[in-house]
Structure formats: structure tokens, C-alpha cells
Write a protein that binds this ligand. Sequence first.
Ligand code: BDP
Length: 327
Amino acid sequence: MLNSISKTVLGTATALALTATAGLAEDWRAWNIHVDGHPNTAAMDRFAELVAERTGGEVTVEVFHGGVLGSQPDALEQVQLGAIDVGNFNLGPIGPLVKEANLVSLPFIFRDVPHMFRVLDGPAGDKIGAAMGDAGILPIAWFDAGARSFYNNTGPINTPDDVAGMKIRVMNNDLFTGMVNAMGGNGTPMAFAEVYQALSTGVVDGAENNLPSFESVGHFEVSGYYSLSEHLIIPECVCVNTAKFNALSAEMQEAVVSAAVDAADYQRELWAAQTDASKAAVEAAGVKINMIADKTPFQDAMAPVYADYLAANPDMAELVELAQSTE
Ligand code: BDP
């Protein structure tokens, strides 16, 4: 007769054998920096639903919103280590980890969002994706993050000279500090979660972001002017720890990718609507949206940023040319 311990062991062994036949269940932890009401939060929830549905529950995703799993640079390291499995990441903070990904963080590299997606869908995007995968952060779908513009309190920004002397918060990437410094300002990297307070206490004079994020975390409450410089058009990804993804069966990989791609289509629809809604909301709250008549002086001011980047990474010249020559 079996004693209770061996019954338990046997029971466990049977359960394990059943799981093994069905494939090992994967419970993924997902990082998302955005709050409720932001398009990416809704899209990450949709991703989790679709993954559960299409993998028959073999892969499940629990999304932690609002950056509670840590700042973006920290979360990216956690993805590389496999402590966080998946997330919605901006390619800006990925640049310091994957030099190919820095292509998209060069100011004014893209003419507009459709141009950015054409580059990502072409050979340049393949190179970036492969390099990110090699670094452990595999992109399986691309989100729209619009264009980033400057905001501050002292007055509208119309020329690079208006940025001179200002301390401007940027995401963690030397290209962004270089960008502000090239206008005579002081580019200051800081975690997203700290920016509201830094703006309201005057630790920084301004920051830069797209309209949905400018609104969703309340930066518009502490910034009177949003000037449409649109200096950065940076895509975002649904990115998975490469080893975790590779360990899935081909069928499960397909299910996860299709969930991410459909979630990205949903995100892009929501994004377009939210950009208009956020613009209207911040204007209604009293923010002055400033059109910049001529962006050429901003573009011209970026010459040293490109020169430094290409001097430090001569092998990236081909990618830059690929992007610039993409119709
Ligand atoms: C938002 C991005 C988010 C960044 C944030 C920032 O979606 O990934 O962390 O900007 O400025 O637009 O840090």
C-alpha cells in the first residue's frame, strides 16, 4: 500500500507528466510604464488576453502597469536577465544596450511616423531586430509613439537658441543629452517617474515627450508651453526575453507573435485618436501649443550629434544611409 508521501510524489509526477505532454506552462511577467487610460496600457492588456487565448493558456502574461516593476533602464536589464519576461519598451533607452537600435534615436532621422514604419519593415528594421534579439531583448511587434516635442514654462520654443541655457530632462541615452547640448542646453537624463516633481520644483526647466504621455502623467499641469519641434520619432516594441521566446514550440511562438502584432494594430489605432484627444485636453487645461514655423535650424543644429555618433560607430553609417534613402 502506498503511504501518503509516495502518493503525493506520484500525484506530482503524474501532474508533471501531463504538463509535459501539454507543453510546460509559462507564466510571464510583463513590464509597462504607462498608467490606465494610456493607449499602451490598453494594448498590453489586449496582448495578454490574446496570448492566453491563442496559446490555450500554455503561455499567460501578467502585466504590471505604471512602471511598478522598476524604471525603464532597470527593466530592460531585467529582461536581459530573464527576471522580467516581456514588456512594452521605447527604443530610446535600448540604444545604450544595442548600438543598432540607436538608429531610431537620431534626432530627425525619420520624416514622419509612416516613414519610420517603412524603415522598420525593411532591411534596417531586420538588422535592428536581430541585434536586439542577440542582446536578449527580442522585438515581436512595433508600437507607434508619435513624435516627441519640448515643453517648458518660460515661453514658446521656436529656435534652438530658445533651448540654450535650459536644463531639459531626456530619456537615458547619450544621443539625447548630446541633442540638447548641441542647442546650448543641458540635457539631463532622469527616470520618467521623477519628471513631474522635477518640473514642478524647477529641478529641470523642461522636458520632451509625445502628447499622450505629456497628458497621461500630468506633465501638462506643470508646463505652460508645448512647442511642436517633433525632434524624435522613436518606435516602441513588444519585446520578449529572447531565450524564453526561443524555448517555445514553433506553434506557441506563432501564437505569441500574432497576439503582439494584433495588439500593436490596436495600439496604433488608439494612438492616433489619443494624440488628438490629448492635444485638445491639454489646450483646454491652458497649455499653449506652439507651432514651429521652420524646423530647419533644429535639424542643422544636429550635425555634431550625427558626426559624433558616426565617429564612435563607423559601422552604423550603412544603417543611417538605409534609413535616409528609404522613400
Ligand atoms: C514615453 C514612453 C516611455 C518612456 C517615457 C519617458 O512611452 O517608454 O519611458 O516616454 O520619457 O513616451 O521616459
